[in-house]
Design a protein. Structure first.
Length: 355
């Protein structure tokens, strides 16, 4: 490989973000599980997270958990498992999120056959309409799971701001804590874990409003990109320049801003729309939608306008730039979560880990 396109991952900055998050959460009695799916679970970065004091590494894919086995913290499967992967769950996940009794039952049978106990966390849907037992259905479901041999139900958790965009608040997380108390009372058990969501719950930690009783959060973006994800507030003392995409210019030309000819569908089946801004100076960089969606790139040079792209090309308007770019120049971009995820997962994007 030529070295481009590449993502430079700044380990020290990620470590700083993680240490701050862990220390702040700890002051509220909250353990942090670091979520690794956003960077394809590269062990080079996972190591920084473990060194920062997270209690677990969590990922949505078994393939990623396989890469993390040598770390001496819990490996957690975040996506409720496919029935076809339950043997692997037992092999590679110390803890797994579940929302189906039947899945818990089969996990229990398989764990028993292997002479182990599978730890599970029961998910509750408190309104976002993604995974989980619906509201108070968690209480009888939890009771039923307590009767399944071969599993240990360590607690309950919820997920917000994912499908429904529901904002975590004192009130809705309070509902989760309420279910935990009801379960403890009704079944005479103690829940080790009440997991109050993902990075979107961090705003409640930052402003001191996280309800008592939440003792676990599963955090990806807030650590990786240093961003609070509900209001997009960039926190002081957090680094945002953690993952930087660098790509090479392969063409620079003056061209009109509206194509010539009848407009049909583009390479992705959409009919594009253009604004006529006259003849503009355009650059093409050698990275495309197969790797990173154009709208996930944030150019370092603020005068660059991202026009769009196809599978392998991203097209930029560089007319307003002070710098006189040439073919072969390297452009740098910060990444949104989607950009980081796409780029870190693409085999065509080289990864460089910087101390
Ligand atoms: C991805 C994921 C997270 C982490 O989300 P961030 O917004 O990156 O913090 C937490 N929990 C579950 C279930 C997830 O799928």
């Amino acid at each position: 490989m030529s070295g481009y396109p590449r993502i430079e991952a700044y380990k020290g900055r990620i470590r700083d973000n993680c240490t701050r998050t862990v220390e702040l959460c700890r002051s509220y009695g909250i353990d942090v599980m670091a979520v690794t799916k956003g960077f394809c679970a590269y062990p080079e970065i996972a190591k920084c997270l473990v060194e920062s004091g997270v209690v677990a590494l969590a990922d949505s894919r078994i393939a990623n958990l396989k890469k993390l086995q040598h770390f001496d913290v819990d490996k957690v499967l975040l996506r409720i498992p496919m029935p076809s992967e339950l043997d692997e769950v037992i092999e590679y996940a110390d803890l797994v999120l579940v929302s189906e009794i039947e899945t818990a039952r089969v996990l229990g049978q398989k764990a028993k056959q292997r002479g182990t106990i599978q730890r599970v966390m029961a998910m509750v849907d408190i309104g976002d309409l993604r995974e989980g037992f619906w509201l108070e259905e968690i209480v009888p479901a939890f009771g039923e799971m307590l009767g399944i041999k071969g599993i240990e139900v360590t607690g309950i958790g919820t997920n917000l701001s994912c499908y429904g965009g529901v904002i975590p608040r004192r009130e809705n997380l309070g509902v989760l804590v309420g279910y935990a108390k009801e379960i403890e009372k009704r079944y005479g058990v103690h829940l080790d874990m009440v997991s109050g969501g993902n990075s979107s719950s961090m705003h409640l930690v930052f402003d001191g409003g996280i309800p008592e009783g939440i003792n676990n959060l599963r955090i990806g973006e807030a650590i990786l990109l240093g961003r609070e994800t509900v209001f997009g507030i960039e926190r002081e003392n957090y680094h945002n320049d953690t993952f930087v995409l660098k790509a090479e210019i392969v063409e620079i030309k003056e061209k009109p801003s509206v194509p010539i000819g009848e407009i049909g569908r583009d390479a992705f089946g959409n009919v594009p729309v253009f604004t006529d801004r006259g003849v503009r100076k355009r650059a093409i960089i050698a990275v495309g939608k197969q790797d990173i969606q154009p709208d996930t790139l944030v150019p370092y040079d603020k005068d660059i306008i991202i026009l769009g792209g196809s599978s392998d090309h991203t097209i930029l308007d560089i007319s307003d730039c002070d710098k006189d770019y040439s073919v072969g120049d390297i452009l740098a971009f910060d990444l949104t979560y989607g950009g980081m995820l796409g780029g870190m997962t693409s085999p065509y994007v080289e990864k460089v880990f910087v101390e």
